[in-house]
Every structure is written in structure tokens, then in C-alpha cells.
Design a protein around this ligand. Structure first.
Ligand code: AMP
Ligand code: MG
Length: 339
């Protein structure tokens, strides 16, 4: 199939209109959001959702997030909406925040991989919101990458993975947040953080004081253990080069990587000039937001370095750092060295 490239920077109205038409006729279209690029399809269409799973090579048991462009649309997607969801919506929407709620009847069952719950987000990015509103459809949209690869934060990343496999790409600018949304389940006894993102645990606890952080955020699930968030059980975001996460101070990290041959380092800008092997900085260790913006792009760049192994300096787990750490530990298949 030929993938249509829609230039949303120079011809925004045409790109939004054409993308909406394609989605209304059951097609699948990659669109920018503030978190990462998403691969969108009508949340009402089983066939369009199947095409999303096929294009990504996504495991069938990993459910998708449904995107809406107003709080009113929540009623089309979910039912029995608790007060806590209303409070979260007014605190965090529009924005990089997803809630898991009881699923509405009109949403295709493969969106939720057969679960009786649905994940919903109202993004702040204008392009996806305009496409939702114009098409009149809630849009199920996982990240627009090949399953297992780093999530796409530029239109070029989407084309690298999915050119020829999807109907169109809306080519906008680079994503501002850079990591996928914070996911919180509101269906259990207590609200549960399933995936960390730009909305941090401290921000969540102001609205949800009894928030529980799911074990899968920082640990590998044990063999046979059920995943509250199916997406968190897979090796994910991985470069082709073997990657290892390294925890420790700058001095120890520099010493450690400088003793290695045929390896590369992903480091902080503060230590960049002291490292004598191939290296890429992903930002200042004090600026977790920049680390989040760059992390997926850097994970893609690793494979251009031509080395056998890469050591990634772990960020702090504070604030948005928790989301960056969560993505990196999966990219490293939970292989961590503590210096
Ligand atoms: P992605 O589409 O790549 O952003 O991944 C979506 C994430 O949301 C995955 O980690 C899913 O497991 C999680 N998710 C989506 N729907 C549900 C649901 N109904 N219950 C729990 N987790 C969900
Ligand atoms: Mg994804």
C-alpha cells in the first residue's frame, strides 16, 4: 500500500480534512500528539482496529487507548464514570493523562483486547483534537511504531517503521512531551498507576490520595503473573544493539564506560566531554523533561553507532524521571548494573 504523506505544517486544513475522511472510511492514519505519534483508527470499527494491530505487529492481548476531544465525549466511550474520574478529568485534561474505566458498549471489543475496561485520553495537541472533532469519531491510537521498537516522536520515525503499511501519516512537528501518557486505572478498590508519564505521582496524589503504584512500573513481572496493564509485560522500546542500564554517580559512570571496548555510552550532557568511547547525550541530569523528550530518539540512534553493547546512564526516578526510567529499564530488558 502507498502511504500518503499529509503535510500538516504547510497545509494544515487539507491534512486534517483528508485524515478525517480516511478515518471515516475505515482507514488507519498516524497523527502527532503531545506525547508520541499515534496510529489512529475509529474506535467503533473492528476491522480498522485489526488493521492497526497488523501494521504494528502488536500482540492481540495489548489493548489500545481511545482518544477524545472533549470531556463530553467520555460518555460515548466509558460508562459508570466514578467521581474520581471527573476530578482527574478537570485536573489533567486535556493532557498526557489516560484513565482506565468501565468500557462503553459501542467501542469495538478488540480496542480493549476483550477486557471489560477501556483506557481513555483527551490530548492537548491541536492536530489530533481537530481530527477527532472533524471525523466525529473517538480514535483508538497506540504509538505509531513497529511493536517492540522505540515509540516515534517525529514524523520521520513513523515513516521509518510504517511506510507502506498504513494509509497516511499526518506530518506535524516533533512531540513536546516525548514519552507516552501516564495511565491510571480507576476500576479497582484503589486508583492504580499502571504506566508513569509526564503527569507525575506527586501531581496524581493531590487528586487521588490513595494512589497505588503498580509493581510492573519498576519491576519485571514474574513468570505467569497477570499484568494489570498488558503493555507493561513486554520487552519494549528496545534498540537492536544490546543495551544495559547503569545506576551511579557521574564519576563512577565515566570511569566504568571508559574501561570498555567496542561499546558506547548514552550519557548526560554534564559528563559528555569526559567520556572517551562513542557517546550520545540525552540531556542534563537535572532536567527530566528534556530527558523525556529525547529518550526515544536516542534509543533509535543507538543502532547507528556500530557497537556490540551500549551502557545507558539511568536518570533519577523523581518527577518525570520515573517515566524515563520505566522506558529505559524495558529497553534494557531489565538488565541493570548498580555501580
Ligand atoms: P500504547 O498504545 O503504546 O500507548 O500503549 C497503551 C498502554 O495502555 C499499554 O501499556 C496498555 O496495556 C495500557 N492499556 C490500554 N487499555 C487498557 C486497559 N483497558 N486496562 C489496562 N491497561 C490498558
Ligand atoms: Mg506503544
Amino acid at each position: 500500500m502507498k502511504t500518503l504523506k499529509l503535510d500538516a505544517i504547510n497545509d494544515y486544513a487539507y491534512a486534517v480534512n483528508r485524515a478525517s475522511e480516511i478515518l471515516r472510511s475505515g482507514g488507519i492514519v498516524a497523527v502527532p500528539t503531545e506525547t508520541v505519534y499515534g496510529l489512529a483508527a475509529s474506535a467503533y470499527s473492528d476491522d480498522a482496529i485489526n488493521a492497526v494491530f497488523a501494521a504494528k505487529g502488536r500482540p492481540q492481548d495489548n489493548p489500545l487507548i481511545v482518544h477524545i476531544s472533549s470531556i463530553d465525549m467520555l460518555r460515548d466511550v466509558a460508562r459508570d464514570i466514578p467521581d474520581s474520574a471527573k476530578k482527574c478529568a478537570s485536573a489533567f485534561w486535556p493532557g498526557p493523562f489516560t484513565m482506565v474505566l468501565p468500557k462503553g458498549d459501542n467501542i469495538a471489543s478488540n480496542v480493549s483486547a476483550g477486557l471489560n475496561t477501556v483506557a481513555v485520553r483527551y490530548p492537548s495537541d491541536k492536530t489530533i483534537c481537530d481530527i477527532i472533532t472533524k471525523s466525529g469519531l473517538p480514535l483508538a491510537a497506540p504509538s505509531a511504531n513497529t511493536s517492540g521498537r522505540p515509540s516515534p516522536t517525529t514524523a520521520a520515525h513513523v515513516i521509518e517503521d510504517l511506510d507502506g503499511k498504513i494509509d497516511a501519516v499526518v506530518m506535524g512537528g516533533d512531540c513536546q512531551v516525548g514519552v507516552e501518557s501516564t495511565v491510571v486505572s480507576l476500576v479497582g478498590d484503589k486508583p492504580r498507576l499502571l504506566r508513569p508519564g509526564a503527569i507525575t505521582p506527586d501531581q496524581l496524589r493531590k487528586i487521588l490520595p490513595d494512589l497505588v503504584i503498580d509493581d510492573a512500573v519498576l519491576q519485571q513481572l514474574k513468570e505467569g503473573e497477570a499484568a494489570a496493564s498488558p503493555g507493561m509485560k513486554y520487552k519494549h522500546y528496545a534498540p537492536k544493539t544490546n543495551a544495559v542500564l547503569v545506576e551511579g554517580c557521574s564519576n563512577s559512570f565515566v570511569k566504568f564506560v571508559n574501561s570498555k571496548n567496542d561499546c558506547a555510552a548514552i550519557c548526560f550532557e554534564e559528563e559528555y566531554y569526559n567520556i572517551s568511547i562513542p557517546k550520545i547525550s540525552y540531556g542534563s541530569k537535572r532536567d527530566e523533561k528534556t530527558l523525556a523528550q529525547n529518550v526515544f530518539s536516542v534509543l533509535r540512534d543507538i543502532d547507528t553507532l556500530g557497537v556490540k553493547e551500549v551502557y545507558i546512564h539511568a536518570p533519577s526516578k523523581d518527577g518525570v524521571g520515573l517515566a524515563v526510567y520505566n522506558r529505559l529499564i524495558r529497553a534494557c530488558a531489565f538488565e541493570v548494573i548498580k555501580l
